[in-house]
Design a protein around this ligand. Sequence first.
Ligand code: FAD
Ligand code: DHB
Length: 396
Amino acid sequence: MSASKIRTKVGIIGAGPAGLFLSELLHRQGIDSVIIESRTRAEIEGTIRAGVLEQWTVDLMHQLGVGGRMAREGHFHTGITLRFKGQSHHLDMEELTGGKKVTVYPQHEVIKDLVAHRLAQGAVIHFGVQDVALAGIETDRPSVSFAQADGTPAVLDCDFIAGCDGFHGPSRQAIPAGHRREFQKIYPYGWLGILTEAPPSHHELIYARHDRGFALLSMRSPEIQRLYIQCDPKDDIALWPDERIWSELHQRLETVDGWKLTEGPVIQKGIIAMRSFVCETMRHGRLFLAGDAAHIVPPTGAKGLNLAAADVLVLSRALEKFYAKGDASGLDSYAATCLARIWKGERFSWYMTTLLHTDDEASPFEHRIREADLDYVVSSRAAATALAENYVGLPI
Ligand code: FAD
Ligand code: DHB
């Protein structure tokens, strides 16, 4: 069977936040793109992941005309609570950052809004593709071959490929290993996350450090809470019946007099491992990596989705310059521009993770240093401001 040929300017692999934001940004600049995605639309719209959007990501959603539902259904948070040693400390992000907030609006809702908007504009998104392979990335006519959902082969010929296919996708692997500069840290902890049908027990997020391990209280709607506890990343979820999860949550979160965690039926649960990873080779020839394809952060601090959106904002500006003026300087500086901010996101996520998790491998000295660090954050305006400005999102 001969492959059907598709021609576009930018071939985008992956319909996660990076791929969808990029396609939307390019469309506004009159640059056509085609997205190929290995999962079905229902799968990408149903996967429970991130929850917290930085202020500028929220602003971007509005600029792109996809912020309406978020404005109605999102939760706007002006602060967070840090809880440790039996005390709660409120960090007023808005006051510390001169008016910035974060918004709790689930990643899969962002995905739904972007997919609906893109399709309404006539965008081409091939869902359920298989056997994706990149070719010619060192030439100026790269292509992506794949099998469409019905099995028919297709080839996407393009000027540029945007590898937005997450940590496990094929794009990063298409860069010869000898050219890739990679950095990694694996953490000895994982997160067990649940969704529960119970109204939020608190009006803002609570990040708790406890001798039994970290716990996080977040939310999705006035009826649904999102909760996480630190666990062994190798644990089987079968080892965690609901009663055990609730017992840990109560012990780690109910450390303040009179504060009670509301329980409800658990409607979803899962365990994720945690790593920090950066592939500094974000460009190789005509291939550009963006989002989780190039970098991963542990979830503490909620940076992953926001870093993905920042990459594609930089990439879209570089492509606009290229197509409008034949100026490739933005493409040449793409990796360096992104990496300056990515490494700060990596640092912050590593810092929040180290600060708040219980590490059996850490020495008693290191435990005391972490406690001192937390005490410092809640007792020094300068330290609190440093945390707050990273949490709400550094400038792009
Ligand atoms: P992805 O979302 O992984 O999208 C990649 C897409 O590519 C996927 O749809 C995948 O199916 C597709 N793909 C893969 N292989 C192929 C292929 N061969 N062909 C075609 N398509 C392919 N981040 C935050 O900012 N805030 C948070 O609060 C937050 N909380 C999190 C909580 C959890 C539990 C987890 C797991 C993550 C969290 N993150 C958070 C991180 C965030 O979810 C990711 O950083 C974000 O999804 C990255 O977007 P992306 O588009 O780069 O990659
Ligand atoms: C959520 C996830 C995070 O990683 C975080 O730091 C805060 C909230 C969430 O899923 O709601």
